[in-house]
Design a protein around this ligand. Sequence first.
Ligand SMILES: [Zn+2]
Length: 358
Amino acid sequence: MAMLKAQPNIPQVNVPDEDGYLRVPYEFCKSAKRFSDCLVRSLIYSFSCVKGKPEARCAMSFSEMQTKLHYSRSTVNAAIRAATKSGAFSQDKSNRFRASYKYLPAEEEDETSEAPRQTLPSFTVEFYLLHTQFIGKDGVPAYLPKSAVAVLGLIKTHHENGGFKGSDRKIARTLGYTSKTVRKAIKLLLGLQLIFRPKEARGINGAKLSSYIPNERALRKAKRAFERDAGNSSRRKTAEEMRIEREGYYSRLQTAERDRVEKLENELKADSRYFELDRRRKQLEIETAKAEVFAPLRLPGLQRELADVYTERARRMAQLGFSEEDLKPKFLCAACEDTGFRKSDGRMCDCFRRGGQT
Ligand SMILES: [Zn+2]
C-alpha cells in the first residue's frame, strides 16, 4: 500500500453498480504487468465486489469479456491466467458450463468481511470509451489506445471529484505507465479535444502542474452514440431470436404431425389384415402407374381392384377404430399448412404471430 501514500489526493469513488462502468483499483495498475491484465482484473473486481452482495461473482464467458473490453481472445486468456495465478482472484468451476471469478485476496480469509474489498481506491473507465472510434486530425476514425482510455478515465474521475492536479509523471506513476506513454496519450486526447487544458494551469513558474478538464460535451455525444448502437444491436438480436423462434415453432408442428401419422401407421400395421391390405394397395398403385404408360388396356381392371382394396382397408381401419382421415396430416393453419408460408402466394404467414390460428 506504499503507493497510496504517494497519492494523497486519490478520491474514493463510488461507482454505480451498472454495466456502463468499470472500477479500476489503483493497486491493480501497479500489480498487473500489462494494462490488459489490469482491466480484466478490474472487470472481475467490479462484478464480484458489489456492495451488499457477498455472493456476487463475475460469471462472464471469455467471449463476453472480449466484447466488453475490446480485447482479443488470447489477451483475455492470458489475463485470466495471470489473475488466477496472482492468488487474489479465485476461480469457481462448480458450474460446468461456465467458470466464475471473484476478487478474493489471500489474506482475507473471512469471506463475510466485505468492506475492505469494496473500498479499494479506484478510478472509473466507462465501457463506451473502449468501443468508440474517434476521428483524429487525419480524418481517420480510430479506437483510443488503452493507455489513452486509462488516462482519460483517471482525469474524468478526478475531475468529478474535485479536479486532478499533478504532473504527467504522477499520472504515469498512478497508472503504471512510463511518462512517455502518458505524454503521448495526453497529446492524443488533447488533439481529439476529449480533454482541455485550462489556460491558468499552463506552466506557472515552470512548475509543471497540469490540470486537465474532460470535454463533457464530446464525451456525452460519444456515449449516446454507443448506447444507441448497443440498443440497435439488441434489437437486431431480438429479430434474430424471433426468426429462430418462428422456425422452431413450424418445425415442431411439422415434426409432431409427422410423428403422429407414423405412430398410427405402425399401430395399424401391427394388424396382419391391415398390413396385407396396405401392402397390396402399394403394389397396385405402382402397377396402375406403370399400366398408364405401358398397358392402358389393363388399367380399368387395376383401378377397380385398387378401389376395392381401398374400401377393404377403410373397413378394416374402422374395425380398428380409425378412419382414412386419421392418416392425413392435420394442420393448425390451413393457409400455410404449418409451413410458415401461405400456399396461396408463398408469402410469410402470420399464424405464428397470432398464436398458431388461421
Ligand atoms: Zn399459417
